[in-house]
Design a protein around this ligand. Structure first.
Ligand code: IPD
Ligand code: CA
Ligand code: CA
Length: 253
């Protein structure tokens, strides 16, 4: 199943790469900040038609077309293009992110970095890999020396919540904070020991399903802002190397 997952992610990545910086149709979902392109839809259609052919009894939760048979033993959780705003503007930071859950527990995860041609993969209990190389989270235990990453929800202008306060607090007590625009890749970089920590206030299951498993399998910790482990449907996420987790939780408090 992991081989199939990698293969279909590669095919979806190819569709996205072919469409990069070409003319494609762009629509607004909720407002002018929340986009979907015809390439997002093409990628998702390709992934779903593969699942339906090869695994017809499996369920699907997909960003653009919704959920189907989600009570099934196996459920595929699909973000066909994570980083649509980057893609639409020609910034080469975006991915395909697919996790497979068995009885509501993530057992496989793949994030395909489209433009770097890197496949991040994990199977529960077997470690996390980047193009076959085993990944490990960073060993830094000092938040002041950390490189952090975050993202902002599409409705941040209407519902800023505490996003600005969090960002400003981490700017003051870390080495630097980045905002890349693909939550799935943010999580891969935590798994690969590049970022020490990632937080975001309002994500969806398809943003985090694969990446959460990657971080955990690379030895990291993923919780809500108060340190409680949650399922993929929980909105807020704090993913770290484990060693700066408490310091990040204290900052978020
Ligand atoms: C978005 C990206 C972004 C995050 C947003 C997500 P999309 O996903 O992961 O980094 O900050 O919250 O919605 O819409 O490009 O698939
Ligand atoms: Ca996404
Ligand atoms: Ca998406």
């Amino acid at each position: 199943m992991l081989d199939d997952l990698i293969e279909i992610s590669r095919q979806a990545a190819e569709i996205i790469r072919d469409g990069y910086r070409k003319n494609f149709n762009v629509e607004f979902k909720t407002n002018y900040t929340n986009l979907v392109t015809e390439i997002d839809k093409k990628s998702e259609e390709t992934i779903i038609s593969f699942i339906k052919k090869k695994y017809p009894t499996h369920g699907i939760i997909a960003e653009e077309s919704g959920a189907e048979n989600k009570q099934a033993e196996y459920v595929w959780v699909i973000d066909p293009l994570d980083g649509t705003t980057n893609f639409a503007h020609g910034l080469p930071i975006f991915s395909v992110s697919i996790g497979i859950q068995k009885n509501a527990k993530t057992v496989f995860g793949v994030v395909y970095d489209v433009m770097m041609d890197r496949v991040y993969s994990a199977e529960y209990g077997s470690g996390a890999f980047c193009n076959g190389r085993k990944m490990k989270v960073s060993q830094n235990d000092n938040l002041n020396y950390s490189l952090l990453v975050t993202g902002f929800p599409y409705d941040v202008k209407d519902n800023p919540g505490r996003t600005i306060e969090y960002f400003s607090a981490f700017l003051k007590n870390s080495r630097a904070v980045r905002r890349l625009g693909s939550a799935a890749l943010d999580l891969c970089y935590v798994a690969d020991g590049i970022f020490d920590g990632f937080w975001e206030v309002s994500l969806n299951p398809w943003d985090v399903c694969a990446g959460k498993l990657l971080v955990e399998e690379a030895g990291g910790l993923v919780t809500d802002f108060s340190g409680i482990q949650r399922d993929i449907f929980f909105k807020e996420i704090l993913a770290t190397n484990g060693k700066v987790h408490e310091q990040m939780m204290n900052t978020l408090k």
